[in-house]
Write a protein that binds this ligand. Structure first.
Ligand code: ZN
Length: 296
């Protein structure tokens, strides 16, 4: 049902109208893992492992319709109070899955698109790696950095930061920051809060440690009024066909989410975002599902 409605909105060009209305508000797109056809991840209940063929359709759509800017350029423009070109968008990847190096990065490089990958630094050290999963090593991270990919922090161990004591949060943020400085030599380091969870104290701490910005999990786009340490992002689901993807990038899903919040009854908890126990938000459930269209 969801896909049918997005297809209809896409075909009638309503998505293009919404994209035009939102053209000055910048989405930070968030992917997790990109898999090649020989190694699909099944099952994928949190919709975080997008197949390469779909991912390439997304990249080509962005290349043709949008102006992909780096997270660094986005921050610079924001600090200088400079307006970026219409239809600007930022491309990011959470968790530092190894398939970013092996599958995604070559295609991003070929299209000369800027991107940021947020790594879990303990995993890059080879520590606490869950069974059956692979993460970027420091050698791969260094190579990516040399090729122009920005490296950001997703903390040391990917905890729910608000559940930790302040000294433990400090350790997670400062040690991952130091590890990236040490291995990559990058001076401007951005942060992606695990599960998008933060508090005012945590965002202040991130700023004081030296991070340049931090991305949360709020659905939405960013403009001059958005706090650099509470940036919103747009999570992409692994089964987003091009019509659904276009709807997400345009801001359509953000509007629908707002509408859902306005009309949702107090007892309806089924639409709340759900989370992968390990890595964060389930994109499809964070935004929209067919229940929106059938409940009211
Ligand atoms: Zn994560």
């Amino acid at each position: 049902m969801k896909k049918l409605i997005f297809a209809l909105l896409y075909a009638t060009r309503l998505v293009s109208v919404i994209a035009w209305l939102n053209r000055r508000r910048i989405p930070i797109l968030c992917y997790h893992s990109v898999t090649d056809s020989e190694n699909p991840v099944q099952p994928d209940p949190h919709k975080q492992h997008i197949p390469l063929h779909l991912f390439l359709q997304h990249l080509d759509y962005l290349k043709n319709k949008y102006n992909v800017v780096s997270l660094s350029e986005f921050q610079k423009a924001k600090r200088e109070n400079r307006v970026l070109p219409d239809y600007s968008v930022v491309l990011t990847f959470d968790d530092g899955f190894e398939d970013f190096y092996k599958v995604a990065a070559p295609h991003i490089g070929r299209r000369k698109l800027p991107a940021t990958v947020f790594v879990i630094t303990d995993r890059a050290d080879g520590r606490f790696v869950p069974d059956g999963e692979s993460f970027l090593s420091w050698d791969e991270i260094k190579e990516l950095s040399s090729s122009g990919i920005d490296i950001g922090s997703h903390t040391c161990s990917h905890p729910r930061l608000p559940d930790l004591s302040l000294p433990d949060v400090t350790r997670e943020l400062s040690e991952s920051y130091a590890a990236i400085r040490l291995h990559v030599g990058q001076t401007q380091i951005s942060l992606s809060y695990p599960y998008g969870q933060l508090s005012q104290a945590i965002s202040r701490l991130a700023e004081s440690i030296g991070y340049s910005c931090a991305i949360a999990n709020d659905i939405g786009r960013n403009d001059q009024n958005t706090n650099l340490f509470g940036l919103s992002r747009t999570v992409i689901a692994s089964d987003d066909d091009i019509a659904t993807f276009a709807g997400r990038v345009s801001g359509l899903t953000e509007w629908i989410s707002v509408a859902r919040r306005l009309f949702r009854s107090e007892t309806d908890v089924s639409c709340e975002p759900s989370f992968s126990k390990r890595y964060g938000s389930a994109a499809a459930q964070s935004y929209i599902d067919s229940s929106f269209f059938t409940q009211r």
